[in-house]
Design a protein around this ligand. Structure first.
Ligand SMILES: CC(C)(COP(=O)(O)OP(=O)(O)OC[C@H]1O[C@@H](n2cnc3c(N)ncnc32)[C@H](O)[C@@H]1OP(=O)(O)O)[C@@H](O)C(=O)NCCC(=O)NCCS
Length: 148
């Protein structure tokens, strides 16, 4: 597999939340704080992983997984790591008899939207003006699913 030394995910725990937040800051206009990660981890439905180059946090309810956030550190993008994270999640979903993976992505986030299309997600709905941008304007969210 590509980039094995850059992709060694471990389950996200409270001790990782500070570094998770630092990675998140490289990818989002409104990054999650350490406290946001810690609060999410208190929920029994939250499951996350972290590697030295990225994070993936999901919510698992019954046989569905929702991707809450995914971020590859900006220094390590375009090397196939985003794809590796998703294939890692597909393997987890399959092993745990999950039926569907869901997510929302900004219509303006072409790297992420393309990544999801490439890995087999399809559009199922749109949410109008769902995301607020740094300049105060809004853009639509695309809701996507992948059946496992
Ligand atoms: C989206 C993200 C996770 C992709 O991670 P990555 O490791 O760079 O992606 P990969 O190298 O695995 O690329 C896989 C595919 O994604 C798409 N892609 C990735 N970067 C892209 C870019 N800059 N422009 C267009 N498409 C892109 C392409 O389809 C690519 O396949 P290709 O290399 O055959 O063209 C990364 O850009 C990121 O962390 N962004 C900031 C956080 C974010 O937006 N998260 C998603 C929120 S919904």
């Amino acid at each position: 597999m590509l980039n094995n030394h850059l992709f060694q995910p471990v389950v996200l725990t409270k001790s990782h939340c500070c570094i998770a937040s630092a990675i998140h800051q490289t990818g989002f206009d409104f990054p999650w704080t350490t406290q946001t990660f810690e609060s999410l981890l208190l929920l029994p439905t939250t499951l996350g992983w972290i590697s030295n180059t990225g994070i993936l946090v999901c919510s698992c309810i019954c046989d569905e997984i929702e991707i809450l956030t995914i971020c590859v550190h900006t220094d390590y993008r375009k090397q196939g790591l985003g794809e590796q994270w998703l294939h890692f999640l597909f393997a987890y979903a399959s092993t745990h008899h999950m039926k569907r993976i869901l997510l929302e992505v900004s219509i303006e986030n072409k790297p992420a939207f393309n990544l999801y299309l490439k890995t087999g997600f399809t559009e199922i709905a749109r949410r109008k003006n769902y995301y607020k941008k740094k300049d105060g304007t809004f853009c639509d969210a695309v809701c996507m699913e992948k059946l496992i």
